[in-house]
Design a protein around this ligand. Structure first.
Ligand code: BES
Ligand code: MN
Ligand code: ZN
Length: 500
């Protein structure tokens, strides 16, 4: 499984001669669109070739300022101008991210069979935040999942990206940061997109090791024997129904001088059939995405390391496949989680919280300042918040503020949900320390209440990404169908803010 192929991104202060498609912005109104960002020499040459002003030509091809809407103009010497809507107001970084993503996707569709387009972006990258967002959007817009096929592999449609900036070291550095984040997001997407017969705990752990190679990260992988020896009863129970046995991957990035220590924990269910409480076919189909939390924390950790952020990060990816078989765990089984707490299993489809419990309990030995877990944990969260917004549930409202600010900076939708005071009583068990699930109503809240049992007094936040982790169809902005890389940007932004 090779890493996704992404185009290199460079910055320049003028349009390189070899650029085939130049992306420029559209603001104003649909009736009177204004083209913005087009370098004067390109504007002049285009107007001359077309025999009309750029504004008139833009209107003629239906250029629309709606964010991410695109139209194409044939410019001088066969170069194409791709006009992308930036909204009617001054574009925020988030608008620029989505618009550049949509524009690069549209540019890719102009490629011929041999691919290899050189794409330039003349979107107002004068501020570092803008440059980072445009770079992220552009690289993510060029990400697609390659089908597994007997046909020859198609050449990438976009061969290289050039970001036009007003110059300045800070802006160029921000573009590089954007590229680093985008590569991590694409890495997470690709892991989600690989089918579950190819990506299972053992191969996922191998891939994680490969991803951390050449980074300042030390990797440890616990296989089934080590998990049994260590007493990881959650992972062993959930993963025991599959002949492809569980793994716990640990990354450690420990730069000198770091003052804050973040633990990241990700749910890595490589396929969630529901187990003995088997899911109906329709809801099982997309369950290869159930390792998106693990993908996000692993991907983000490498981005943090590549960015040299002065913050310590220890990451756990809890990997298992949830299948029914004669070795599967049962509803009413009592499991012993790492560290000794016992759990009555209410439902084998509530598997994510059990593998997370092992990893959370283990992570306390690292003495973290904050713990963030990321998981496609509950259908209830999708019902509550929809398919685009993740939920955050926590025992620390100050941490929630920081996580919400990070999500905002990364352009990800996140909304706080409560953990009601009555939740603890709902998880009471007659046969174990705690029961794995409370009630179907408000399922996201009780899942979080269960996880809270395993973090002690530590400051902790749980991100439920069951909605935004996977896009079943269609594309929007910098996202195509399939895995989205949800939470990667938020985690990197959070690490940036905690590194200060
Ligand atoms: N992986 C699912 C949650 C999920 C649903 C992720 C939809 C992505 C999209 C999780 O393991 C699950 O099955 N949760 C159950 C919990 C219940 C049995 C307590 C659910 O949400 O129904
Ligand atoms: Mn499940
Ligand atoms: Zn699951």
């Amino acid at each position: 499984m090779p890493a996704p192929i992404l185009p290199p991104l460079t910055t320049a202060s003028s349009v390189p001669a070899r650029v085939d498609v130049l992306i420029v912005g559209v603001t104003g109104t649909k009736d009177a669109p204004t083209v913005v960002g087009c370098p004067p020499e390109v504007e002049k040459a285009t107007a001359k070739a077309l025999g009309s002003s750029l504004a008139e030509a833009a209107r003629a091809v239906g250029a629309d300022p709606a964010v991410g809407s695109t139209a194409v103009l044939l410019g001088a010497k066969g170069r194409r101008l791709l006009l992308v809507g930036l909204g009617e107001d001054v574009p925020t970084p988030d608008v620029l991210r989505r618009a550049s993503g949509a524009a690069v996707r549209a540019a890719g569709s102009l490629a011929t069979a041999d691919g290899g387009l050189q794409v330039g972006l003349a979107l107002d990258a004068t501020e570092p935040e803008a440059a980072q967002a445009i770079a992220e959007g552009a690289i993510l817009g060029s990400y697609t999942y390659q089908p597994i096929s007997s046909a020859e592999v198609a050449a990438p449609k976009v061969a290289a990206l050039t970001l036009l900036t007003g110059g300045g070291k800070q802006v160029a550095a921000a573009a590089t940061t954007g590229a680093t984040v985008a590569r991590a997001v694409a890495r997470a997407r690709e892991w989600v997109n690989v089918p579950p017969n190819l990506l299972y705990p053992e191969t996922f752990a191998d891939e994680a090791r490969e991803w951390a190679r050449d980074a300042k990260i030390t990797v440890d992988v616990l296989d089934e024997k080590a998990l049994a020896k260590g007493g990881y009863g959650g992972l062993l129970a959930v993963g025991g129904g599959s002949s492809r046995l569980p793994r716990l991957v640990r990354f450690s990035y420990a730069p000198r001088g770091a003052k804050t220590h973040i633990v990241l924990v990700g749910k890595g269910i490589t396929f969630d059939s529901g187990g003995l409480n088997i899911k109906p076919g329709d809801s099982m189909y997309t369950m290869k995405c159930d390792m998106a939390g693990a993908a996000a924390v692993l991907a983000a950790t490498r981005a943090v390391a590549d960015l040299n952020l002065p913050v310590k990060v220890t990451t756990y990816a809890a990997m298992a496949e949830n299948l029914p078989s004669d070795t599967a765990y049962r509803p009413s089984d009592v499991l012993t989680i790492y560290g000794g707490k016992t759990v009555e299993n209410a439902n084998s489809d509530a598997e994510g919280r059990l593998v997370l419990a092992d990893a959370l309990a283990r992570s306390l030995e690292d003495k973290p300042d904050v713990i963030i877990d990321v998981a496609t944990l509950t259908g209830a969260c999708v019902v509550a918040l929809g398919e685009e917004t993740a939920g955050v549930l926590s025992n620390d409202d100050d941490l929630v503020e920081q996580v919400l600010a990070a999500a905002d900076a990364a352009g990800e939708l996140l909304w706080q949900l409560p953990i009601p005071a009555t939740a603890k009583a709902k998880l009471a068990s007659k046969v174990a320390d705690v029961k794995s699930s409370g009630s179907r109503m408000g399922g996201a809240l009780f899942a979080a209440a269960f996880l809270r049992e395993f973090v002690g007094e530590h400051s902790w936040a749980h991100l439920d990404i069951a909605g935004p982790a996977f896009r079943s169809e269609g594309a929007d902005g910098h996202q195509g169908p399939g895995g989205t890389g949800a939470a990667v940007g938020t985690l990197v932004a959070l690490a940036q803010s905690l590194a200060k």
